[in-house]
Design a protein around this ligand. Structure first.
Ligand code: ZN
Length: 342
């Protein structure tokens, strides 16, 4: 009996000092002391060994112990319910755990801006497959087999079927739209394209283009100029000027390349514009009549213009990123800088 009372006294102290750091500490306490296999229940089992004249005293001591344990359990439950951890001081002034906000990839930011500008001019977004057949990627675009223009682009061919390629430009999407839709056609085609190039700061085996196509009656080069001028001013600001240089593309005639006044030096000359004051941003031209005929569009009735640009190039001019590889390395230190942009 003496030994039991001693044990109960120690237990009371243990219960009084019970503290935990776990969220479910109240439940742990209940299982340990008040559960059906708990310490108190176990001690109650000793009753049968107690001499009859001491049973009353033992019962009282046990009742006190049980009451103490129940009070402690209540206080643990309340502490848990208020969001505090029982037995642990909670400092409300401590700063919270930071949560890193995600951000859009710079290419996605630029893509969304380009799409939104052209949408305001009535252009709809069109998309197509990245694995393309020869017809849509080359032949339909006025580049028949052995056409020299095919050499301008290093193509990835699909081994199992040499008629399939990874599309080298998003012009293949234009081909697919012209196949199905009759004029007026007013689309832009943003997407990823592939070229068999060695990866370096200035070249990559995949990159992103946006091409535009507008076909209707009486579409002229003046419409092309005005459309692209609107785009440039929306994208780079009202002070930016444009100029056109004659060029060659198989699917347009006449063809041109468009420069904008340098966005870094404003035309005074710097390393980005190689001290010319101008930077090239896109290729364009009037849709070749043969292209229209390829798709059964009457080239005597309809005319059109087309343009295409690299999103990485626009990104480079907007954010001054000089190494193409950064766009696909998924380096969080690079990507974090665009968090907050839309
Ligand atoms: Zn410059």
């Amino acid at each position: 009996m003496e030994q039991l009372l001693q044990q109960i006294e120690e237990l009371k102290q243990e219960i009084g000092a019970f503290a935990g750091t776990e969220a479910d500490v109240a439940e742990q306490f209940r299982i340990k002391y008040l559960g059906t296999k708990g310490v108190i229940k176990g001690l109650m089992g000793e009753m049968k060994n107690i001499p009859n004249d001491q049973k009353k005293q033992f019962g009282q001591v046990m009742n006190d112990l049980k009451q103490l344990a129940e009070e402690k359990w209540e206080s643990l439950k309340q502490a848990g319910g208020s969001g505090e951890q029982a037995g642990v001081d909670f400092d409300w002034t401590l700063p919270g755990t930071p949560v890193n906000a995600g951000g859009r990839h710079p290419i996605s930011i630029v893509r969304n801006q380009i799409v939104s500008i052209f949408k305001r001019l009535g252009f709809a977004v069109a998309e197509g497959p990245e694995i393309e057949d020869d017809w849509h990627n080359f032949t339909a675009l006025n580049m028949p087999e052995n056409h020299t223009a095919r050499d301008m682009q290093d193509t990835f061919y699909i081994l199992q079927n040499p008629d399939w390629v990874l599309r080298t430009h998003t012009s293949s999407v234009q081909a697919r739209v012209m196949e199905k839709q009759k004029p007026p056609i007013r689309i832009i085609c943003p997407g990823r394209v592939y070229r068999n190039e060695t990866i370096s700061a200035r070249a990559h085996c995949f990159f992103h283009q946006v091409e535009g196509l507008y076909i209707d009656e009486h579409v002229s080069f003046a419409d092309l100029k005005q459309t692209l001028y609107f785009f440039v001013q929306e994208m780079f600001g009202k002070d930016v000027k444009i100029r056109f240089r004659p060029s060659y593309f198989p699917f347009t005639e006449p063809s041109a390349e468009m420069d904008i006044s340098c966005t870094v030096c404003g035309g005074k000359g710097c390393s980005l514009c190689k001290h010319t004051g101008w930077v090239e941003i896109l290729g364009c031209g009037m849709v070749h009549p043969k292209m229209l005929d390829n798709f059964g569009i009457d080239s005597n009735k309809y005319t059109g213009f087309a343009f295409g640009m690299g999103m990485e190039r626009i990104c480079q001019l907007k954010y001054r990123v000089n190494d193409l590889r950064l766009y696909s390395q998924n380096d969080v230190r690079f990507l974090d800088q665009f968090t907050g942009s839309v």
